[in-house]
Design a protein around this ligand. Structure first.
Ligand SMILES: NC(=O)c1ccc[n+]([C@@H]2O[C@H](COP(=O)([O-])OP(=O)(O)OC[C@H]3O[C@@H](n4cnc5c(N)ncnc54)[C@H](O)[C@@H]3O)[C@@H](O)[C@H]2O)c1
Length: 247
Protein backbone atom coordinates (compact mmCIF):
# COMPACT_ATOMS: atom_id res chain seq x y z
CA UNK A 1 0.00 0.00 0.00
CA UNK A 2 1.35 3.44 -0.92
CA UNK A 3 2.51 5.67 1.92
CA UNK A 4 0.80 9.04 2.05
CA UNK A 5 3.01 12.10 2.29
CA UNK A 6 1.87 14.74 4.69
CA UNK A 7 3.15 18.13 5.77
CA UNK A 8 5.45 20.43 3.82
CA UNK A 9 8.01 18.84 1.44
CA UNK A 10 11.03 17.63 3.37
CA UNK A 11 14.62 17.14 2.27
CA UNK A 12 15.68 15.80 5.68
CA UNK A 13 19.01 14.02 5.56
CA UNK A 14 19.76 14.86 1.93
CA UNK A 15 22.78 16.62 0.48
CA UNK A 16 22.15 19.28 -2.17
CA UNK A 17 24.73 20.91 -4.42
CA UNK A 18 23.65 24.14 -6.13
CA UNK A 19 25.48 26.01 -8.91
CA UNK A 20 24.86 29.73 -9.29
CA UNK A 21 24.28 29.65 -5.54
CA UNK A 22 25.27 33.28 -5.01
CA UNK A 23 22.69 34.47 -7.54
CA UNK A 24 19.08 35.44 -6.91
CA UNK A 25 17.42 32.09 -7.52
CA UNK A 26 20.33 29.92 -6.37
CA UNK A 27 20.55 31.71 -3.04
CA UNK A 28 16.78 31.44 -2.43
CA UNK A 29 16.84 27.75 -3.33
CA UNK A 30 19.83 27.14 -1.03
CA UNK A 31 18.06 28.75 1.94
CA UNK A 32 14.75 27.01 1.20
CA UNK A 33 16.45 23.60 0.92
CA UNK A 34 18.37 24.24 4.18
CA UNK A 35 15.05 25.08 5.87
CA UNK A 36 13.59 21.83 4.50
CA UNK A 37 16.33 19.84 6.22
CA UNK A 38 19.00 19.44 3.54
CA UNK A 39 22.73 19.93 3.94
CA UNK A 40 23.41 22.54 1.27
CA UNK A 41 26.59 23.32 -0.63
CA UNK A 42 26.23 26.45 -2.73
CA UNK A 43 28.77 27.07 -5.48
CA UNK A 44 29.33 30.08 -7.69
CA UNK A 45 32.07 31.97 -9.49
CA UNK A 46 31.37 35.01 -7.29
CA UNK A 47 33.57 35.79 -4.32
CA UNK A 48 30.67 35.35 -1.97
CA UNK A 49 30.90 33.23 1.11
CA UNK A 50 27.73 34.22 2.92
CA UNK A 51 24.78 32.50 1.25
CA UNK A 52 22.92 31.84 4.50
CA UNK A 53 23.28 30.18 7.88
CA UNK A 54 24.73 26.65 7.74
CA UNK A 55 25.17 26.79 3.96
CA UNK A 56 28.64 25.83 2.77
CA UNK A 57 30.09 27.89 -0.04
CA UNK A 58 32.61 26.79 -2.66
CA UNK A 59 33.86 29.04 -5.39
CA UNK A 60 34.41 27.55 -8.83
CA UNK A 61 33.73 28.10 -12.52
CA UNK A 62 31.10 25.76 -14.02
CA UNK A 63 32.64 26.08 -17.48
CA UNK A 64 35.71 24.16 -16.27
CA UNK A 65 35.37 20.38 -16.25
CA UNK A 66 38.49 20.04 -14.08
CA UNK A 67 37.19 22.48 -11.45
CA UNK A 68 33.76 20.85 -11.49
CA UNK A 69 35.20 17.37 -10.97
CA UNK A 70 37.49 18.59 -8.19
CA UNK A 71 34.72 20.37 -6.26
CA UNK A 72 32.30 17.45 -6.59
CA UNK A 73 35.00 15.00 -5.44
CA UNK A 74 35.68 17.22 -2.41
CA UNK A 75 31.97 17.40 -1.53
CA UNK A 76 31.60 13.64 -1.93
CA UNK A 77 34.57 13.04 0.34
CA UNK A 78 33.16 15.35 2.99
CA UNK A 79 29.46 14.44 2.78
CA UNK A 80 29.49 10.89 1.40
CA UNK A 81 26.96 11.48 -1.37
CA UNK A 82 25.10 14.16 -3.30
CA UNK A 83 21.35 13.47 -3.56
CA UNK A 84 20.24 16.68 -5.27
CA UNK A 85 21.91 18.77 -7.97
CA UNK A 86 20.40 22.15 -8.85
CA UNK A 87 21.90 23.97 -11.83
CA UNK A 88 21.34 27.72 -11.62
CA UNK A 89 24.56 29.24 -12.96
CA UNK A 90 23.75 31.33 -15.99
CA UNK A 91 24.46 34.47 -17.97
CA UNK A 92 22.32 36.34 -20.47
CA UNK A 93 22.74 38.60 -23.51
CA UNK A 94 20.08 40.31 -25.57
CA UNK A 95 22.12 41.10 -28.69
CA UNK A 96 20.03 40.52 -31.85
CA UNK A 97 21.25 37.78 -34.19
CA UNK A 98 22.87 39.99 -36.82
CA UNK A 99 24.97 41.84 -34.24
CA UNK A 100 25.92 38.81 -32.15
CA UNK A 101 29.58 37.80 -32.12
CA UNK A 102 31.26 34.39 -31.96
CA UNK A 103 32.66 35.40 -28.56
CA UNK A 104 29.18 36.09 -27.19
CA UNK A 105 27.81 32.79 -28.51
CA UNK A 106 30.76 30.93 -27.00
CA UNK A 107 30.37 32.64 -23.63
CA UNK A 108 26.60 32.05 -23.42
CA UNK A 109 26.88 28.43 -24.54
CA UNK A 110 29.82 27.80 -22.26
CA UNK A 111 28.16 28.94 -19.01
CA UNK A 112 24.56 27.99 -19.76
CA UNK A 113 25.09 24.66 -21.54
CA UNK A 114 28.58 23.43 -20.58
CA UNK A 115 27.85 24.64 -17.05
CA UNK A 116 24.94 22.20 -16.96
CA UNK A 117 26.80 19.42 -18.75
CA UNK A 118 29.88 19.45 -16.49
CA UNK A 119 28.25 18.81 -13.09
CA UNK A 120 25.65 16.47 -14.60
CA UNK A 121 28.28 14.44 -16.48
CA UNK A 122 30.21 13.96 -13.25
CA UNK A 123 27.28 13.22 -10.92
CA UNK A 124 24.75 11.40 -13.10
CA UNK A 125 26.67 8.07 -13.30
CA UNK A 126 27.30 8.16 -9.55
CA UNK A 127 23.62 8.82 -8.85
CA UNK A 128 22.68 5.92 -11.15
CA UNK A 129 25.08 3.64 -9.27
CA UNK A 130 23.51 4.66 -5.95
CA UNK A 131 20.00 4.26 -7.33
CA UNK A 132 18.82 7.77 -6.45
CA UNK A 133 19.25 11.38 -7.48
CA UNK A 134 17.26 14.49 -8.33
CA UNK A 135 18.66 16.86 -10.93
CA UNK A 136 16.97 20.19 -11.59
CA UNK A 137 18.21 22.71 -14.14
CA UNK A 138 17.20 26.32 -14.69
CA UNK A 139 15.76 26.47 -18.17
CA UNK A 140 13.58 29.37 -19.22
CA UNK A 141 10.32 30.46 -20.77
CA UNK A 142 12.72 31.77 -23.44
CA UNK A 143 13.20 28.21 -24.72
CA UNK A 144 9.46 28.10 -25.46
CA UNK A 145 8.45 31.60 -26.52
CA UNK A 146 11.62 32.80 -28.28
CA UNK A 147 12.69 35.09 -25.44
CA UNK A 148 11.27 37.87 -23.30
CA UNK A 149 14.31 40.16 -23.06
CA UNK A 150 16.93 37.77 -24.37
CA UNK A 151 18.85 37.30 -27.59
CA UNK A 152 19.13 34.18 -29.75
CA UNK A 153 22.22 32.76 -28.02
CA UNK A 154 20.44 32.65 -24.66
CA UNK A 155 17.26 31.24 -26.22
CA UNK A 156 19.29 28.51 -27.96
CA UNK A 157 21.27 27.69 -24.83
CA UNK A 158 18.13 27.30 -22.72
CA UNK A 159 16.53 25.09 -25.40
CA UNK A 160 19.64 22.90 -25.17
CA UNK A 161 19.20 22.65 -21.39
CA UNK A 162 15.57 21.55 -21.80
CA UNK A 163 16.63 18.92 -24.35
CA UNK A 164 19.51 17.62 -22.30
CA UNK A 165 17.41 17.19 -19.17
CA UNK A 166 14.93 15.11 -21.16
CA UNK A 167 17.81 12.83 -22.17
CA UNK A 168 18.97 12.58 -18.56
CA UNK A 169 15.41 11.88 -17.38
CA UNK A 170 15.01 9.02 -19.83
CA UNK A 171 18.41 7.49 -19.11
CA UNK A 172 18.09 7.98 -15.35
CA UNK A 173 14.53 6.74 -14.78
CA UNK A 174 15.39 3.01 -14.60
CA UNK A 175 18.03 3.88 -11.99
CA UNK A 176 15.89 6.10 -9.75
CA UNK A 177 17.46 9.31 -11.05
CA UNK A 178 15.12 12.19 -11.90
CA UNK A 179 15.75 15.21 -14.11
CA UNK A 180 13.48 18.21 -14.51
CA UNK A 181 13.66 21.80 -15.69
CA UNK A 182 12.37 25.05 -14.26
CA UNK A 183 10.98 27.34 -16.96
CA UNK A 184 10.68 30.72 -15.26
CA UNK A 185 9.33 33.86 -16.84
CA UNK A 186 10.93 37.17 -15.78
CA UNK A 187 12.14 36.94 -12.18
CA UNK A 188 13.36 40.02 -10.33
CA UNK A 189 17.00 39.09 -9.76
CA UNK A 190 20.25 40.75 -10.82
CA UNK A 191 19.96 39.02 -14.20
CA UNK A 192 16.60 40.62 -14.96
CA UNK A 193 17.64 44.12 -13.85
CA UNK A 194 20.91 43.84 -15.80
CA UNK A 195 19.12 42.89 -18.98
CA UNK A 196 16.32 45.42 -18.72
CA UNK A 197 18.48 48.18 -17.21
CA UNK A 198 15.81 48.67 -14.54
CA UNK A 199 13.34 49.90 -17.14
CA UNK A 200 11.32 46.71 -17.52
CA UNK A 201 7.93 47.01 -19.19
CA UNK A 202 5.01 47.11 -16.76
CA UNK A 203 4.20 43.65 -15.43
CA UNK A 204 0.52 44.60 -15.49
CA UNK A 205 0.66 44.77 -19.24
CA UNK A 206 2.70 41.60 -19.82
CA UNK A 207 2.05 39.11 -17.01
CA UNK A 208 -1.48 37.68 -16.54
CA UNK A 209 -0.96 37.48 -12.76
CA UNK A 210 0.12 41.13 -12.80
CA UNK A 211 3.61 40.92 -11.34
CA UNK A 212 7.06 39.60 -12.17
CA UNK A 213 8.34 36.59 -10.27
CA UNK A 214 10.59 36.67 -7.25
CA UNK A 215 13.29 34.24 -6.19
CA UNK A 216 11.03 32.61 -3.59
CA UNK A 217 8.44 31.74 -6.25
CA UNK A 218 11.20 29.75 -7.94
CA UNK A 219 12.58 28.24 -4.73
CA UNK A 220 9.19 26.77 -3.76
CA UNK A 221 8.85 25.12 -7.17
CA UNK A 222 12.42 23.82 -6.88
CA UNK A 223 11.62 22.35 -3.47
CA UNK A 224 8.62 20.52 -4.90
CA UNK A 225 10.64 19.12 -7.82
CA UNK A 226 13.50 17.95 -5.59
CA UNK A 227 11.35 16.44 -2.83
CA UNK A 228 9.41 13.16 -2.59
CA UNK A 229 6.25 15.20 -3.37
CA UNK A 230 7.19 14.94 -7.06
CA UNK A 231 8.19 11.28 -7.15
CA UNK A 232 6.20 10.54 -10.31
CA UNK A 233 7.51 13.54 -12.24
CA UNK A 234 10.58 13.36 -14.43
CA UNK A 235 11.54 14.89 -17.77
CA UNK A 236 9.17 17.79 -17.32
CA UNK A 237 9.63 21.52 -17.50
CA UNK A 238 7.61 23.47 -14.99
CA UNK A 239 6.36 26.86 -16.21
CA UNK A 240 6.62 29.44 -13.45
CA UNK A 241 5.67 32.56 -15.31
CA UNK A 242 2.60 34.15 -13.78
CA UNK A 243 0.65 32.75 -16.73
CA UNK A 244 2.88 34.24 -19.45
CA UNK A 245 3.33 30.76 -20.91
CA UNK A 246 0.70 28.03 -20.76
CA UNK A 247 0.98 24.59 -22.27
N1 LIG B 1 15.96 36.07 -13.72
C1 LIG B 1 15.19 35.65 -14.71
O1 LIG B 1 14.29 36.35 -15.18
C2 LIG B 1 15.36 34.25 -15.27
C3 LIG B 1 14.31 33.71 -16.04
C4 LIG B 1 14.44 32.43 -16.55
C5 LIG B 1 15.58 31.68 -16.29
N2 LIG B 1 16.58 32.23 -15.54
C6 LIG B 1 17.76 31.37 -15.30
O2 LIG B 1 17.81 31.05 -13.91
C7 LIG B 1 19.16 30.88 -13.50
C8 LIG B 1 19.43 31.76 -12.28
O3 LIG B 1 19.27 33.11 -12.69
P1 LIG B 1 19.16 34.34 -11.67
O4 LIG B 1 18.00 35.14 -12.10
O5 LIG B 1 19.27 33.87 -10.27
O6 LIG B 1 20.46 35.16 -12.11
P2 LIG B 1 21.68 35.72 -11.26
O7 LIG B 1 22.48 36.52 -12.22
O8 LIG B 1 21.21 36.36 -10.01
O9 LIG B 1 22.46 34.37 -10.86
C9 LIG B 1 23.26 33.66 -11.77
C10 LIG B 1 24.50 33.20 -11.02
O10 LIG B 1 25.33 32.43 -11.90
C11 LIG B 1 26.67 32.70 -11.55
N3 LIG B 1 27.59 32.37 -12.64
C12 LIG B 1 27.72 33.01 -13.83
N4 LIG B 1 28.73 32.46 -14.51
C13 LIG B 1 29.24 31.44 -13.75
C14 LIG B 1 30.29 30.52 -13.93
N5 LIG B 1 31.05 30.52 -15.04
N6 LIG B 1 30.54 29.62 -12.94
C15 LIG B 1 29.78 29.61 -11.81
N7 LIG B 1 28.78 30.48 -11.59
C16 LIG B 1 28.52 31.38 -12.55
C17 LIG B 1 26.66 34.20 -11.28
O11 LIG B 1 27.82 34.60 -10.53
C18 LIG B 1 25.36 34.40 -10.53
O12 LIG B 1 25.54 34.33 -9.12
C19 LIG B 1 20.01 31.22 -14.71
O13 LIG B 1 20.38 30.02 -15.37
C20 LIG B 1 19.08 32.02 -15.58
O14 LIG B 1 19.44 31.93 -16.94
C21 LIG B 1 16.50 33.48 -15.03
Amino acid sequence: MAQHLSGPPSLEGQVALITGGAGGMGRAIANTFRDAGARVIATDIAEHADIGASIQYRRYDVTSRAQTDRVIDEVLTEHGAIDILVLCAGIIARTPLGDSTDEEWDAIMSVNVRGVVNPTRKLFPLMCERGFGKILAAGSIAAKNGGVASGPAYVSAKAAVHGMMRWVAKAGAPHGVYANVLAPGPVETAMWSNVTGNVAPSANATVPLGRYGNADDIAQAALFLCSPASNWITGTSLDISGGMWMD
